[in-house]
Design a protein around this ligand. Structure first.
Ligand SMILES: [Ca+2]
Length: 551
């Protein structure tokens, strides 16, 4: 262990005031923060969560740090990102609904602005003012103009995709015709991308470049590496797709069971848990024609290739940090922003058959430039096994996500798995504590709302086994789908046929797949939980609006 590492390990237990007494200047240097977000990555895709995709960098991160089995996010991209970067409920931060789905009734309501509103302090705004370099490469999805760009919200260096998705190559083909793909560099539109552009590598290159450039001074950095992988359309370099050839020929029904068994072996789901059944919209693998199976298996090969490639790029960042002697002094977090994506591209607003028909999705071109494929509900169910549904729903399949974290210095108990419920709202307050930055009331003369999340740093460092009291009490509403979690209890409301059109009640400790509705057996519990949701609705200004997609 180097002197710096020893000193830093010691300082993680001290307040900033405590640091002042220590003579060496390096001691006063606060840790760097690297926040890596994968887009639509399923719960059990990566090695530490039992997945078969090769992810050695993330395997290593899990061994060095802490792995949470009960981390929760929101059901879709921008709502989760609004909470991640504000520590606030999405209805407070401006993403009461996704920007793509705002309706006239929402006009003028800050909680439904469709961008990260100015009533909240953005994480980079606070860290920048606390003396951090702030870098962001990847997907923003929290505002489309210069004023609401990440550069305007506190990121000093940015290279970002403003929208929610699109091609991973340089052709900038959007996910549906009315969308465009706008890349911005520090608030200004980027005219063209290099010929060999591939999203995951390009975002990594920029991040490394800025970290290198920032070494000229003593400021620590906060790097937000918001990969767009493995969001659809699924794209990956051919050599990586080839690596997975034949690996998914057994099909999604087998994979769903295998992933469940792996999670049981790791102790991450109860032994008695069953998987949520295959959805009626998904064909049984055995009933599919050889041609259908070949195409579907290729889709999962491409998906795995994207995750494999991302892991390799994460390794590049780790190697570089080692090389410059900053690895031990960097707090590293890895999360996914929502459950695996089981929707078809026809679900995107403004989609047309004509547009989707313009792509070459022949077997040999799948995943390469000019193709547009997705993992679809069959693989998404496997990726989220044993959970119910996937991205877009407040059932566990939409909101359960991996979280790996390594604090700076040496963690008390490296390689620990912890089952405490932690929510994405708690990330920002935790990082502010790490940075020694207070929670602001005012930023640039703007009064901001008091943060709802709380620090879970003691849990991350291993000083505590549990998060703060109440960390496991959280409400949900998106697209009129609702849920509330209180410890092991959870209520869910979804319209028929997704749900029952009534509140359902589940005990997640024995039924993580939400297959046994206890609402009739425990009316008392149900009533108490519904009261909690009603209070949540009131506290956060949740509107009663049912969008077209939920009808
Ligand atoms: Ca996402």
């Amino acid at each position: 262990m180097t002197v710096t590492a020893i000193v830093l390990a010691a300082t993680t237990t001290l307040t900033l005031a405590g640091c002042k007494a220590t003579p060496k200047t390096e001691v006063a240097r606060r840790p760097n923060i690297l926040l890596i977000v994968a887009d639509d990555l399923g719960y059990s895709d990566i090695g530490p969560y039992g997945g078969e995709i090769a992810t050695p960098a993330l395997d290593q991160l899990a061994k060095e740090g802490l792995q949470l089995s009960n981390f929760h996010v929101l059901p879709t991209c921008s709502p989760t990102r609004s909470v991640l970067l504000s520590g606030m409920d999405n209805h407070r931060a401006g993403l009461g609904t996704m920007g793509e789905f705002t309706t006239p009734e929402m006009e003028g309501i800050p909680g439904y602005a469709g961008y990260l509103n100015f009533g909240v302090a953005a994480l980079p705004e606070v860290l920048e003012r606390a003396g951090y370099h702030t870098y962001m490469a990847g997907k923003w999805h929290l505002g489309l103009d210069e004023n609401t760009s990440p550069h305007a919200r506190g990121f000093e260096e940015t290279f970002v995709l403003l929208q929610g998705g699109g091609s991973h190559w340089n052709d900038r083909k959007p996910i549906s015709p009315p969308e465009t793909m706008v890349y911005q560099r520090n608030g200004k539109e980027v005219e063209s991308l290099p010929d060999d552009f591939y999203s995951t590598r390009y975002y990594t290159d920029r991040t490394l470049e800025w970290i290198e450039q920032g070494r000229a001074d003593d400021q620590p950095f906060f790097a937000y590496l918001a990969y767009t992988a493995p969001h659809d359309p699924l794209h990956a370099p051919k050599a990586y797709i080839d690596k997975y050839e034949g690996k998914y020929d057994r099909g999604w029904d087998s994979l769903r069971q295998e992933r469940l068994q792996s999670l049981k072996k790791l102790g991450m789901v109860p032994k008695g848990a069953v998987a949520f059944p295959r959805l009626p919209t998904v064909k049984a693998w055995d009933d599919m024609s050889p041609e259908e199976r070949e195409l579907a298996a290729r889709d999962m090969e491409v998906y795995a290739a994207m995750v494999d490639y991302m892991d390799e790029q994460i390794q590049r960042v780790f190697d570089y940090l080692e090389e410059i002697g900053e690895y031990d002094n960097t707090m590293i977090l890895f999360i996914s922003d929502n459950g695996a994506n089981g929707s078809l591209p026809t679900a995107y607003p403004g989609q047309t058959e004509e547009y989707l028909g313009s792509f070459d999705n022949s077997l040999d071109n799948r995943g390469l430039p000019g193709s547009y494929i997705e993992m679809g509900p069959g693989w998404a169910q496997a990726s989220m096994s044993p959970s119910r549904m996937f991205k877009a729903y407040p059932t566990e399949g939409g909101i359960r996500a991996p979280l790996l974290v390594k604090v700076a210095g040496k963690p008390a108990r490296p390689g620990t798995m912890n089952g405490s419920f932690v929510h994405v709202r708690d990330i920002m307050p935790t990082l502010l504590e790490v940075a020694g930055a207070g929670k602001p009331d005012v930023i640039d003369g703007r009064k901001v709302l008091p943060m709802q999340g709380q620090s879970v740093l003691d849990l991350f460092t291993g000083r505590s086994e549990k998060a703060y009291p109440g960390a496991d009490r959280v409400g949900y509403e998106l697209f009129s789908f609702k849920a509330f979690i209180d410890g092991n209890w959870k209520i869910v409301w979804m319209p028929k046929p997704l749900g029952t059109g009534e509140w359902e009640l589940f005990d997640l400790s024995t039924d993580p797949a939400e297959v046994r509705d206890l609402s009739a057996d425990r009316p008392d519990k149900l009533q108490a939980m519904v009261a909690l949701w009603n209070q949540y609705k009131e506290d956060n200004g949740v509107l009663d609006i049912v969008p077209e997609i939920a009808k």
